[in-house]
Design a protein around this ligand. Structure first.
Ligand code: UTP
Length: 292
């Protein structure tokens, strides 16, 4: 079956890079212009045909599921006040995704473990994984592009982008042979290698299409880099028995899990915003004149 209906969104991490902002608020609820980052991710999944979102959550992350839930009091209030535009916007978020399931990851044992805890909900069908840390500005959406590759090559697909050599140590890195337009068959995979360990600059970003067999490999995966159960390590084992593909997506990715990348995303999305965009562009022009 090459139809992907389910998307796993791991949101159980601690978000330490944004402390103290993330002490009481999940980092996925930090706002990029007028919506939390997690909404961009759900919108990408839905626009790619996903029908069920599986959130992997932890204590203190309740606001994420609430954001997509029906809020009777808020809607009644907006209705009574005649605030039609706001009401429509709130209703649009509520109706984005009907089927939303949360699974608890009791301890932050790593991304691989966060995916593993979804095995009973996802079952034996292919599924997508999207990380809130990566906002991808692309048309068609990044996941939709990957689904095209999945239906053609009929194997797991990892979204990759080229990164400078000095940044290789921050990513899972793929070594592969080109087998199609922007598509590579994965020969080797390393999580956060030293630059001299790999001869590749293809870095995995937070979008995956996986097959259910990955759960069998995750069950066997021991803690790796940082003492965490790494999804990359399970994929490295999987690729010996099932062909795995890397796809260099078309679009721009922002590392919203990091302060600098987050600010880049805010500025880019503000410039694109239909109401704010023109005013914000003018402001940036004036600011850059002052700075130069
Ligand atoms: P990160 O390590 O980038 O996220 O994990 P983090 O731990 O939240 O952030 P920092 O590094 O402390 O600032 C990548 C993604 O995997 C999820 C995170 O929520 C994030 O979306 N994750 C990570 C889990 O769900 N569980 C884990 O045990 C680890």
């Amino acid at each position: 079956m090459y139809h992907v209906r389910k998307a796993v969104l791991p949101v159980a991490g601690l978000g330490t890079r944004f402390l103290p902002a993330t002490k009481a608020i999940p980092k996925e609820m930090l706002t990029v212009v007028d919506r939390p980052t997690i909404q961009y991710i759900v919108e990408e999944a839905v626009a790619s045909g996903v029908r069920q979102v599986v959130l992997v959550t932890a204590a203190g992350k309740e606001a994420i599921a609430n954001h997509f839930d029906y809020s009777y009091e808020l809607e009644a209030y907006l209705q009574a006040k005649g605030k039609r535009d706001l009401l429509e916007e709130v209703q649009r978020v509520t109706s984005l995704i009907e089927d939303i399931v949360t699974v608890r990851q009791k301890k932050p044992l790593g991304l691989g473990h966060a995916v593993y805890v979804t095995r009973h909900v996802v079952g034996r069908e292919p599924f997508a994984v999207l990380l809130g840390d990566d906002l991808v500005d692309a048309e068609p959406p990044c996941l939709k592009q990957m689904l095209q590759v999945f239906s053609e090559f009929k194997g797991p697909v990892l979204a990759v982008q080229r990164v400078p050599k000095e940044e290789v140590h921050r990513y899972g890195i793929v070594v592969g042979e080109k087998v199609g337009d922007r598509v590579y068959r994965v020969r080797d995979l390393r999580e956060k290698p030293r630059p001299e360990e790999v001869d590749s600059d293809l870095a995995i970003i937070g979008r995956y299409i996986l097959i259910p067999e990955i759960y069998d490999y995750l069950a066997q995966t021991k803690p790796g880099v940082g003492g965490e159960i790494q999804l990359t390590d399970a994929l490295a084992a999987l690729k010996d028995d099932h062909p795995v593909y890397a796809y260099e997506f078309e679009g721009t990715r922002y590392d919203a899990g990091d302060k600098f990348g987050f600010m880049q995303a805010v500025i880019t999305f503000a410039l694109k915003h239909p109401e704010l965009g023109p005013r914000f562009r003018q402001y940036l022009k004036e600011l850059s004149q002052k700075l130069s």
